[in-house]
Design a protein around this ligand. Structure first.
Ligand code: SF4
Ligand code: SF4
Length: 427
């Protein structure tokens, strides 16, 4: 691996707390090495994502700062309901900001109750503690009214950085979809103000096509994971690709995912599997796994099973369903965007039974032996719908393990024991 570039000047210019950030920089390579570089027979295409993560607070942040110097604006988001297309249409750049490390949680707890989900605490902690360059770079944060914890966190963050909140309906009736189409139009106004670039029917349509291409490329990678005989990529590697998709340039993400898919398809043709024949296949569902949260994947895949699908926002929810490219006028495109985004089955919706159907369908499509339903501690929406989901899976004859965890390693051994017993039970 090439020698790391010293990024301290970049970080100092962003007003970061260098001393505290250095502590994070000293633990991440070790964590990455333990989880990723210890894997065998990885696809060669993963070298791109390894390179990005090896300099995760350097390569992309430098690109963003360079783009800002040319007058472009950066939008930070926390949710798969926020339509990237609108910001991209006006030459904006979108970067995901969800915090996935325990490192940021104590700082977040200075502002938030301790009994709040770690993703929310880590996200606020990363902003307030000045220890994440992406948070320093974002010109505009785009929040959304999904779960209560995020809504209240945004109020605090809004005192520190410009914030636009999108109102997300919590039902999926036709009038809710129409309402969200109006919200997308309002977001368009915000994007025009921030970027100084006019939103046109042409640039919005181009952005719709661009993001659809990203969805198709990521879906191609997932498609290879459905193969019942060959598992061409570990779940741990697929997760990394998805996590980085949230902040990479969309065209590059499409290109790299497509070339990875080419390699994986060839692996299937050649019978090259990362895991031995007969390895138990697991689908993960539940709360998102923001970078660098690799905890559960690492435990599962070093306990003798393979993860072949993630039904969450750092998985299928990010790319499933395309935006209809047919409409070319504003009203039609806003409606098409709203229809696509409102198909995401998040637990903040009521009812959310479509998620149950989706998980069961995915379990069949990916030929899984068992499902692990994972919940970030204190995420009440996902936790509340867990029993109904798990009962439906059991009724469908699909074994399921329920796990609640956080970003610490305190429960790692206990999880390893439970996951090991579950895999053994799968036979
Ligand atoms: S789990 Fe729900 S609130 Fe969280 S990122 Fe996904 S869609 Fe948004
Ligand atoms: S995991 Fe749950 S509590 Fe945390 S941000 Fe997502 S929906 Fe909200």
């Amino acid at each position: 691996m090439a020698e790391a570039i010293d990024r301290h000047e970049l970080w100092a210019n962003l007003g970061m707390d260098l001393e505290t950030h250095d502590v994070l920089c000293s633990v991440l390579p070790q964590a990455f090495g333990d989880v990723y570089l210890s894997q065998e027979n990885r696809p060669e295409g993963m070298a791109f994502w390894d390179m990005v993560v090896a300099d995760v607070h350097g390569i992309r942040p430098q690109e963003l700062v360079d783009a800002q110097a040319e007058g472009r604006k950066v939008f930070g988001t926390f949710c798969t309901y926020v339509p990237d297309e609108v910001a991209i249409a006006c030459n904006g750049i979108v970067t995901g900001l969800c915090g996935g490390s325990q490192f940021w949680v104590p700082e977040g707890e200075k502002y938030l109750p301790a009994d709040m989900c770690p993703l929310i605490k880590a996200s606020l902690g990363a902003r307030m503690g000045k220890t994440c360059p992406f948070f320093r770079i974002a010109d505009q944060i785009v929040g959304e009214t999904t779960c209560d914890g995020k809504k209240k966190m945004y109020e605090i963050m809004a005192k520190d950085v410009p914030m636009h909140i999108m109102e997300l309906p919590h039902q999926k009736r036709p009038k809710d979809v129409e309402y969200f189409a109006d919200e997308i139009a309002l977001f368009g106004k915000n994007v025009e103000e921030v970027t100084g670039v006019e939103l046109t029917e042409e640039n919005l349509h181009d952005a719709i096509v661009l993001i659809n291409e990203r969805r198709k490329a990521l879906a191609r990678v997932y498609e290879t994971r459905k193969n019942a005989d060959v598992i061409p990529i570990s779940g741990t590697d697929a997760l990394l690709m998805m996590q980085i998709a949230f902040f990479d340039d969309p065209a590059r993400c499409t290109q790299m995912a497509n070339s990875l898919a080419d390699e994986l398809e060839q692996r299937i043709a050649d019978g090259v599997s990362v895991f031995p024949a007969g390895t138990k296949r697991i689908l993960i569902t539940g709360t998102p796994m923001a970078i660098p949260n690799w905890k559960l994947h690492h435990i599962v895949e070093t306990s003798g099973a393979a993860i072949v699908c993630e039904e969450n926002c750092t998985g299928t929810k990010f790319f499933t369903n395309l935006v209809d490219e047919g409409p070319t006028d504003f009203a039609g495109m806003y409606q098409a965007l709203a229809e696509r985004y409102m198909k995401i089955n998040c637990a903040c919706f009521t009812p959310n039974e479509a998620r149950i159907d989706e998980v069961i369908q995915l379990a069949k499509d990916y030929h899984v032996d068992g499902v692990i339903n994972t919940n970030l501690k204190f995420c009440t929406t996902f936790k509340t719908e867990a029993p109904a989901l798990e009962k439906a899976l059991e009724d469908a004859g699909i074994p399921v393990l329920d796990i609640e965890t956080d970003y610490t390693d305190n429960d790692a051994e206990q999880l390893r024991t439970r996951v090991g017993a579950f895999i053994e039970m799968l036979g």
